[in-house]
Each structure stands twice: as C-alpha cells, then as structure tokens.
Design a protein around this ligand. Structure first.
Ligand SMILES: Cc1ncc(C[n+]2csc(CCOP(=O)(O)OP(=O)(O)O)c2C)c(N)n1
Length: 539
C-alpha cells in the first residue's frame, strides 16, 4: 500500500490493476486517454501480463472487453463520452447478456466541450442500459469505487458504467492504494446461452435485467454512495452529484450543518433518501455536471410539492461545466474563490504546428478548391479540422468520426461535383473504412484524402492502427489502383501535389489520395528517443 499523487484517470487505472484487471481496452479521447496510457507504461501491468493494446474504435474496445469478461476475467474499457455513442450497440446489449468476469466501462464526459463536439451526459446511457453508474467525487473515491464497481459487476453479472468529467480526470491528488488482488482464472459462463441474444433468449435476459435493475436501488453499495446528511435549516436542501459535491463543500464546508445535503456518488438514485431530503426542505437545489438528469427526474411531469432549482430554471447555467463560483451564486453566496488568477499565457486561436503536413496539404487543396468553388470539403475530427480556421477556412463539415467520407458520398448522390472528404489516418481506421466501402460499391464521384501523419495526433500521439496499412486497406476494400495516389505534403511538392489533386478531383468516380508525412511532434519525440537509445548503447 502506498500514497501516490495521481490524476483521476491514473487513479482509475491503478485501481483497476490493483483490483485484478486482466484486459484494458480503449480508443484515445480526451479526457479519458491517460487511463490506457498509464496502464501501457505500468510495470505492474507488464509483470501481470495485462492486455493493453489500443483498439481501432470504442465499439471494438467494448466488444473485446466483453469477450474478456465472457472468459471470466476482469476487463475495463475507457472512452470519451462520444465514444460511448460508437460503442452503444455493444454496451446496451452487454447489459442484456450480462457479464461473467467483472466489466467496468469508463466514460469521461467533457462538459463545456474543452475538446469535444458536444457535452452529452453519460449518466443517460447508464439508465438507458439499466446498469449501475458510479460517479466519484474525487480522486481517492475514483480509486476506491473501481473496487466496488468490479465487485458489483460480478455480484449482479452486469457491466458497470463509471462516469467521470474533465476536471476530475485531469487534476491530481494524493491517493492511498490498497493491497493488490489476483486476477480471476479462465472460467466459461455457467449458462452457455447467456451471451446468445436470439430473441427467445434475449427476452429472458431482458426480463432478468429489469428485475436486477429494480434491486440495484437498494443495494448497500449504491445506497451507501447516496449520502444524506440532515441539516438544521429547511429553506434549501441540496443534491450534489459527483465532483459537484466538492464545489459545494468549497463554499459551505464550515457551515454545511445548516443544509440538508444528499451527496450522490452512484446510481440508481436512492428514492428513500431523496424523499427524506425533500421532506425536510422547502426548496431543493440540484448541482450536477452535464445535463439536468436528476433535476428533470425530480420535476417529473407535474412539478409539484417541492420547488426544484437547477439548470432548468436558470439557477445554474443551462450548459457548461460547474465550478465553485457558479455553485456559490446558485446558493446565493458571494463567490469565495473569486480572485482572478493573473494570466501568464496569452490567449491565441488554435493553429497547425509549424511544419505540420496537414497545413501543406491544405495549402495545395485550397488553391485547387478555389477553382472548383465553395462548399465542397467534408472533413472529420482530428488536427486537420483546423483547416476550418483561417488562413484556409475551407472545411465545410466536421460532425462525428468518419462522417467526412459518408457525407461526401451523400452530397455526391445529391449531385455535388466535385466533392472532397478529408480524414486523418486514425479516424479512417476508426470509422472511415466502412464509408469507403460504400463509396467503392457505387463508385461515388468523390475524392477521399487521407491525411496520414502516422499517429493519432489530436489526442497526444498514440499509435495509429493505420500506420503502414493504408494502401493495402484501400486496395482490399476495392479502390481502383489507378486512382489511389500517394503524395508527400511538403512546400517543395506544392505544384506537383496540386496537379495530382486537381486530376483526381475531376475524375468521375472514386479516387483516394494518401497525403503522407509524419506528424512533426511525433517525429521530434521519436528522434529524441532514438538519440537517447544511441547514447545508452554508447554508439
Ligand atoms: C468517437 C470519438 N472518439 C474519439 C475522439 C477523440 N479524437 C478526436 S480526433 C481523434 C483522432 C485523430 O487522429 P487522426 O485522425 O489520425 O488525425 P490527427 O489528429 O493525427 O491529425 C480522436 C481520437 C472523438 N472525437 N470521437
């Protein structure tokens, strides 16, 4: 047992290792990435033979984790909130199959969209799937709750959703660790039909799920994480979920006895405790990161008996993350932490790194697209989305991973010609390949540019599944070899690249251009590592 200084993400990772994890599965996505990164470099994980390779996307990660669980071992899968949309089919159905070895699904939400396309609240998915949800209040709880999550998963044979948000994931605190548990042994499910979701079995399994979900309300662990403290005043009772409880305590720590408070760390919410709080309070303030999940629940359709305050009536802003000042103003207090921190870094808009291959690609593409006319560039999610900003300002869409290819296909179906899709290498193997197959099958008159920097740049340079495989994937999917071109996006190749792009753009069928140049950040890290290796070996 030790005391470690850990990010919330790292606390989760260390806890899973200490709880007997056998397999970790993930696709990078802020703010969840550090969970897998920690496990990948962990000596403990290496010594224990924990599986810890990146997956191609969140769905494949979720399914691999379910397979590990099928075989009786403990598995964890981690993703950012929107990743759960990608994994949703497997996730929702894994609640119906149930699990064998403990299965914990970590979803890291990003309220305020610091690096995301939306601020969806993963707690909805927990309810949707009818599984227990944990929402730790701090890093120590993130560590401790992972043990509970695995135990609960095995007790009820259900996957458990573990919801965190950006501030918890990315801030550090001292965490006391526990004694390490051994891994489960390989054991097949006792019911050989449990995982076979043919309708007759699925109906039975679903009935089991609805029954178990009811029981969860009174489970001692879940109930214990719904902590009610009864205060002296009855003017305002407070429900504070996850990290919001910390913000509340920052404001009223020394006077907390004045309020009745229900601090929520897991779901389903305990009904008796909510009722007890409401009975002692004239008004109830709900503090929750993300959507007004609990608030909407309390208001119900008829909104009677008790006045509910929160995001829906404007007491708390309707969108964006919480902070101690927002909580202070919801309580009608002066913000106690309101001192401005002097700004040491000048705010500046995001831009491509100096020497980025995407930038040289856009320089060439921009000139060709000026000739072709506006509104024809469908892009995707990654560093290359910066082509939407000046000086290029030429990206017309960025919706979800892989949508560049399929939106270009749809627009081409509508008659837009020429049309271009720009996607990164990692995004392509995440969700672009199936769209390309659609384009191959109907020989869509689009030009797909895969801007291949040989890494997953946007999330910090994780390994890309596409590296060294793009040509063979494209050819394997049926792309015409005469219209599969490779260019190197460098200033010196500008005219040549423009000519290739222009020719393929006006081809009345599908063409694919691989624009290949290593990410400047990854290249510099690689060179440093190579130099350090050379020094070590004395060469
Ligand atoms: C469903 C989903 N999963 C993960 C992410 C996080 N994410 C944003 S872009 C990206 C991949 C970027 O890699 P690549 O396509 O190779 O482009 P690069 O950033 O290297 O230019 C990831 C993992 C996301 N936005 N959505």
């Amino acid at each position: 047992m030790q005391k470690l200084l850990l990010l919330g993400d790292e606390a989760i990772a260390q806890a899973a290792l200490d709880a007997g994890l056998s397999g970790m599965y993930a696709y990078p996505g802020t703010p969840s990435t550090e969970i897998m990164e920690y496990i990948q470099v962990s000596r403990q994980a290496a010594a224990d033979g924990v599986h810890r390779e990146w997956s191609s996307n969140e769905k494949t990660a979720m399914e691999a984790a379910l397979g590990m669980s099928y075989a009786g071992k403990r598995a964890m899968v981690a993703m950012k909130h929107v990743g759960l949309n990608v994994a949703a089919d497997a996730f929702i159905n894994s609640a119906v199959t149930g699990v064998n070895g403990g299965l914990v699904v970590v979803a890291a939400d990003d309220p305020s969209m610091h690096s995301s396309q939306n601020e969806q609240d993963s707690r909805f998915y927990g309810r949707f799937a009818m599984v227990p949800v944990f929402e730790p209040r701090n890093q120590q709880e993130a560590y401790d709750m992972i043990f509970d999550a695995f135990a609960l998963s095995e007790k009820y044979r259900l996957p458990v959703l573990f919801r965190i948000t950006t501030r918890l994931a990315h801030s550090r605190s001292a965490v006391r660790t526990r004694e390490k548990a051994g891994q489960n042994s390989l054991t097949l499910p006792s019911d050989p039909r449990q995982f076979v979701l043919l309708p007759a079995i699925a109906r039975k399994q679903y009935r089991r799920l609805t029954g178990v979900y009811e029981k969860l309300h009174d489970d001692p662990v879940i109930e214990g994480n719904n902590r009610l403290t009864e205060g002296r005043g009855r003017e305002m009772g407070i429900i504070a979920c996850g990290i919001a409880y910390n913000y509340l305590m920052e404001n009223i720590g020394d006077r907390s006895g004045e309020y009745s408070i229900l601090s929520v760390g897991s779901y389903p919410l305990n009904r008796d405790k909510v009722e007890a709080l409401v009975a002692r309070s004239d008004r109830v303030l709900v503090l929750e990161e993300g959507y007004p999940v609990i608030e909407e629940h309390l208001r119900g359709l008829l909104d009677r008996d008790v006045t509910v305050l929160g995001r829906m009536d404007g007491t708390v802003p309707r969108d964006g993350e919480l902070n101690p000042s927002i909580v202070a103003s919801a309580l009608g207090l002066e913000a106690s932490t309101g001192k401005d921190v002097p700004s040491v870094v000048r705010q500046r808009p995001p831009s491509f790194c100096k020497g980025c291959g995407h930038a040289d690609l856009y320089s060439a593409l921009a000139e060709v697209m000026t000739e072709a006319g506006p509104g024809r560039v469908f892009s995707d999610i990654g560093c290359y989305t910066l082509g939407a900003l000046p000086p290029y300002s030429m990206v017309n869409s960025c919706v979800d991973m892989g949508a560049s290819v399929t939106m270009a296909v749809g627009a081409a179906d509508a008659g837009l010609f020429p049309a271009v899709a720009v996607i990164g290498d990692s995004t392509f193997t995440h969700s672009g390949m199936t769209g390309l197959l659609d384009a191959v099958i109907k020989d869509s008159p689009i030009t797909l540019i895969i801007s291949d920097n040989s890494t997953t740049g946007m999330t910090g340079g994780q390994k890309s599944q596409a590296t060294d495989r793009l040509e063979s994937i494209c050819l394997g999917l049926g792309v015409d070899p005469h219209h599969l071109k490779v260019i190197v996006p460098l200033r010196k190749n500008h005219e040549e690249n423009k000519a290739i792009i222009r020719t393929e753009l006006y081809h009345k069928g599908l063409s694919v251009i691989l624009a290949r140049r290593e990410c400047i950040q990854t290249a510099s890290r690689r060179k440093k590592a190579e130099a350090a290796d050379k020094n070590k070996s004395g060469k």
